[in-house]
Design a protein. Structure first.
Length: 249
């Protein structure tokens, strides 16, 4: 086991010119205060040491683009810290939305198979998968309520305690309150969707508690004021969990 003897990566390992260039292209970095930026740098340095970014299907990513991906993946860890990087090692990046083949055996032993088209994916174990076209679209229109990188990292944080259920590991009292507030908001959204009513946030959030957490995370990063209006209790938890929103709107 060599890891404990390896030097911890430092923010100083990053090339300052490259950092400035990468940061200039990310709206979330524009108004960031120096203390949070320093924390982000330390996380990104660690990300670069511990994760492999693998572009697939002919996609090419230059060093600045790779750095931006690392920054986006680390933004949700600003408060949670480096423990948020545990449990996975690969970031696979597709040029655009990708098809995955699914199969599942039901209780009767019948095998169901289908194809899904995805822009991102993260399971309890295994890699994080992102569509580069969608990451770029999020960066180009940061106030639309979408941020696929934050969505998938939310799943990874959720999975840290071994179950993806919409509740990341938290101090006990907070976790109880979180579970209660999220469940109430999820149930209300689910009922709205079932009744065919319009919803204030993406109805995909009503699919499952873990998707609710991941979708609300996207709003925290890209449309925090909308989240606060629609789901104030959830927004308050996320502002504590991720820190104050980096964008208005
Ligand atoms: Zn999801």
């Amino acid at each position: 086991m060599l890891w404990p003897f390896r030097r911890r990566p430092q923010a100083a390992d990053l090339d300052p010119a490259q950092w400035r260039q990468a940061a200039a292209g990310l709206p979330w970095l524009r108004g960031i205060d120096p203390a949070r930026e320093a924390r982000l740098q330390a996380l990104v340095a660690e990300f670069q040491q511990r994760k492999t970014i693998t572009p697939v299907q002919g996609l090419q990513l230059n060093p600045v683009q790779r750095l931006r991906l690392a920054m986006l993946c680390c933004l949700p860890l600003l408060e949670f810290g480096r423990e948020g990087l545990h449990g996975w090692s690969q970031l696979l990046v597709y040029p655009a939305a990708f098809r995955v083949h699914r199969s599942r055996m039901d209780a009767q032993g019948v095998l169901h198979e289908w194809d899904d088209e995805l822009i991102g994916e993260a399971w309890t174990q295994g890699p994080v998968v992102l569509s580069w076209a969608d990451v770029r679209a999020d960066i180009a229109a940061p106030g639309e309520g979408y941020c696929v990188a934050a969505h998938e990292i939310a799943h990874k944080l959720d999975a840290l305690d071994g179950v993806m259920d919409g509740t990341p590991p938290l101090p006990r009292a907070w976790q109880r309150q979180w579970a209660e507030d999220f469940q109430r908001a999820f149930d209300a959204l689910h009922a709205q969707v079932e009744a065919g009513h319009a919803t204030a946030i993406d109805p995909y959030a009503a699919e499952a508690p873990e998707e609710f957490f991941a979708v609300c995370t996207e709003y925290h990063f890209s449309a925090p004021a909308r989240l606060r209006r629609a789901l104030p209790a959830v927004a308050a938890h996320l502002e504590r969990f991720y820190g104050p929103p980096l964008l208005g709107g």
